[in-house]
Design a protein around this ligand. Structure first.
Ligand code: ADP
Ligand code: MG
Length: 225
C-alpha cells in the first residue's frame, strides 16, 4: 500500500553566522490513510520544521518527501504550492484565516486557490459538520477561540485533502474546545485521511494510533514500540 505521506532521510540545517543548527537529522517515516500519528518531543526538537517539510512550505537540505504518491521535494515553490493546495490541509496555531473575510469567504478562497468549484452547498455542509454553520458570515475577530479552531479546521479540510498536518492545534484552547477539535481530527482519520498532529498534550498523544518522538532532530528510537 502506498503511504499517504512518506519521507526518507530528511535533513534540514539552519545557518546563523558560524552557528549551524541541525534541525532535522535524517528523519524517515510514513503515515497511511486512516492513521493518526502524534509527533511529540521537547521544544526545539524539530517538530515544526518536520511539518513544514512535509507540507512543502520548506525545502529540506536532503532527503525526499512524497504526498499521495507525488514527490514534493526538489520542486519549484509553484509546483509545491499546487501539490499542497490539492493534497494537504494545514492546521497551525497561527490562524489560517484571512482577517477581513468572513468564514464562508475564507472557505471559498481556499476552494478557488485549489481550482475547485465546490460551491456554497459544500461549504455549508462542512460548517454544519464542524458545528459553526451559524457563524458563516462572521469574521475571524468575531469568533471565540473554539469557533476559530473549528473555522480553521474547516479551511484545512474544505478541499478534502488526503493529508492533514496540525501543529499544536489544541495549544490555546480550553479543554472542551480541544476535545471538540480532537473529535474532528479522529473523524477525519476514520474517513480515510492521514492525520499528523504535533502536540504537547498527553491526551492528544494517547488518542493517536502511533506516537513519533523527536529528539534533537531525529526520531527517538528509544521510544519505539
Ligand atoms: P519544535 O517545533 O520542535 O519546537 P523547531 O522545528 O521549531 O522545533 O526548531 C528546531 C530547531 O531549528 C531549533 O533549534 C530552532 O531554533 C531551529 N530553527 C527552526 N527554524 C529556524 C529558522 N528559520 N532559522 C534558524 N533556525 C531555525
Ligand atoms: Mg514548534
Amino acid at each position: 500500500m502506498t503511504a499517504t505521506v512518506e519521507c526518507e532521510s530528511v535533513y534540514r540545517f539552519f545557518h546563523a553566522g558560524d552557528d549551524e543548527t541541525l534541525a532535522l537529522r535524517g528523519v524517515t517515516m510514513a503515515v497511511q490513510g486512516g492513521e493518526t500519528v502524534a509527533v511529540t518531543g521537547p521544544s526545539g526538537s524539530g517538530k515544526s520544521t518536520l511539518l513544514a517539510c512535509l507540507a512543502g512550505l520548506d525545502e529540506p537540505d536532503g532527503g525526499t518527501v512524497r504526498v499521495a504518491g507525488e514527490r514534493l521535494t526538489r520542486r519549484t515553490e509553484e509546483e509545491r504550492a499546487r501539490i499542497r493546495s490539492s493534497r494537504i490541509g494545514m492546521l497551525f496555531q497561527s490562524v489560517n484565516l484571512v482577517g477581513h473575510l468572513d468564514v464562508d469567504a475564507n472557505l471559498a478562497l481556499v476552494q478557488r486557490l485549489a481550482g475547485r468549484n465546490g460551491g456554497a452547498e459544500l461549504r455549508t455542509g462542512i460548517l454544519e459538520r464542524v458545528g459553526i454553520a451559524d457563524r458563516a458570515s462572521a469574521r475571524p475577530s468575531q469568533l471565540s477561540g473554539g469557533e476559530l479552531a473549528r473555522a480553521g479546521f474547516a479551511v484545512a479540510i474544505v478541499n478534502d485533502p488526503p493529508l492533514l498536518l496540525c501543529d499544536e492545534p489544541t495549544g490555546e484552547l480550553d479543554e472542551q474546545s480541544a476535545a471538540g477539535l480532537l473529535d474532528l481530527l479522529s473523524e477525519r482519520a476514520e474517513g480515510g485521511g492521514a492525520v499528523i498532529v504535533v502536540t504537547h498534550n498527553p491526551g492528544v498523544a494517547d488518542s493517536a494510533d502511533r506516537v513519533i518522538r523527536l529528539r534533537d532532530g531525529a526520531i527517538d528510537a528509544g521510544n519505539a514500540p
